[in-house]
Design a protein around this ligand. Structure first.
Ligand SMILES: [Zn+2]
Length: 283
């Protein structure tokens, strides 16, 4: 089913709603007004994103001074220029959990930054660890309240899963998550567009959740390339055991370990990403 012509008037409606509700925060407007407005008429257009995504959105060649400007942009973070040097974003889903703290120690030891996609109901169990993640310079993303498949929920139920997790993270840290990742990597295009933060998938799945084997997780990480977004899970002991070797091996190859936002540069709300910036490849 092709739904393109419906999108333009809906975007105009979304823009109008946002303007009219300018007294309310952007996040609230997007979540509570724009999502139902977009999602309901488009319910029949719920195409899995994999059919639409192109990986990294088209990007203008970097200009001198761009880096300086980006310092002032919302969400901009300090770190290496991943368009010039080799970077990778290690991401950990489904935490926080009992092993997360030891992972934070390992990352600190290697001066590595990572991104954590958190389950809202577990944030309340480990608020100190979530605060420590932020304090250590890692990035935090919403991974729903209870790990539901958003593509299978009604728009209202999907929004509840996301907003409850947002609230839990805000309560623990005082700040809202800056990224979102849907469980199982499944989300409709309309829900992606309605998100107040970038939607982050991955380029490299270590399958740590399946193998539960540190050696196999290390082996899977050998496929990492500059610009990779790597999927792991900090709820498995075997994953934590694999991370020191992954950091050593990639560190020896000159990789910088950065957050997803640092890897992408300036990720945009409502846009899906699978990879980030990398230095020009030499033929
Ligand atoms: Zn997950």
């Amino acid at each position: 089913m092709y739904c393109g012509p419906m999108l333009r008037p809906l975007r105009i409606l979304a823009g109008w709603l946002e303007t009219m509700a300018s007294m309310v925060s952007r996040s609230t407007v997007l979540r509570f007004l724009v999502v139902p407005a977009l999602a309901l008429p488009l319910a029949g257009c719920g195409v899995p994103l994999s059919a639409h995504w192109q990986g990294l959105p088209a990007k203008a060649p970097s200009e001198p001074g761009a880096a300086a400007e980006s310092q002032d942009a919302p969400g901009a973070q300090e770190g290496p220029d991943c368009a010039e040097v080799k970077c990778v974003a290690l991401t950990f889903d489904d935490g926080p959990g009992p092993y997360t703290e030891s992972l934070l120690d390992v990352l600190d030891k290697h001066n590595a930054k990572a991104s954590f996609f958190l389950i809202g109901k577990d944030v309340a169990k480990y608020p100190d660890i979530v605060r420590e993640e932020l304090a250590s310079g890692h990035e935090i993303g919403n991974h729903t309240w209870s790990h539901q498949d958003l593509a299978k929920l009604s728009p209202a139920a999907a929004e509840r899963e996301l907003s409850k997790a947002d609230e839990a993270i805000k309560k623990a840290t005082g700040t809202a998550p800056t990224l979102m990742r849907p469980p199982y990597g499944t989300i409709t295009e309309s829900l992606t567009k309605a998100q107040p933060v970038p939607v982050v998938m991955w380029s490299d799945d270590t399958l740590d959740w399946k193998t539960r084997n540190a050696k196999k997780t290390v082996k899977a990480a050998e496929d990492i390339k500059p610009g990779s977004i790597v999927l792991m899970h900090d709820i498995h002991k075997s994953t934590i055991a694999a991370v020191p070797k992954i950091l050593e091996d990639l560190g020896a190859q000159g990789y910088h370990f950065v957050t997803v936002s640092q890897l992408i540069g300036e990720p945009k709300p409502g846009v899906g990403y699978k990879t980030g910036q990398h230095p020009p490849t030499k033929d």
